[in-house]
Design a protein around this ligand. Structure first.
Ligand SMILES: [Zn+2]
Length: 106
């Protein structure tokens, strides 16, 4: 596999590289996970209180995050155990949200 051009994370003062699965986001794995957890927690919180989730967040949950996480999980063996477990935790969280959304019209 060709080595991707070295790109670094768009977060200030972060020198971590961007994995190919996150090239569109320009985020390193840790920052992607941080941001995704924040968004997923926010959405889950709204779901549990019976509030609606905005369209952009829904699209992100159902398409972007899901696709990205699938791509990441395929290469998860490259990451350390803590990162792998965060990827799995986030996948589970998003699966729960998708399930929740499927059973409650939002
Ligand atoms: Zn970063």
């Amino acid at each position: 596999m060709a080595t991707a051009a070295p790109r670094s994370c768009r977060v200030d003062r972060c020198a971590e590289g961007v994995p190919p699965a996150l090239a569109a986001e320009s985020l390193c794995l840790d920052h992607f996970l941080d941001q995704s957890f924040t968004r997923a927690d926010f959405a889950l919180d709204r779901c549990q209180r019976g509030e609606t989730i905005d369209r952009a967040t829904l699209d992100w949950l159902l398409a972007d995050a899901h696709g990205t996480l699938n791509a990441l999980s395929e290469v998860a063996a490259k990451y350390d155990l803590a990162q792998q477990s965060r990827i799995l935790e986030l996948l589970l969280c998003i699966a729960n949200l998708n399930d929740y959304i499927a059973h409650h019209s939002v």
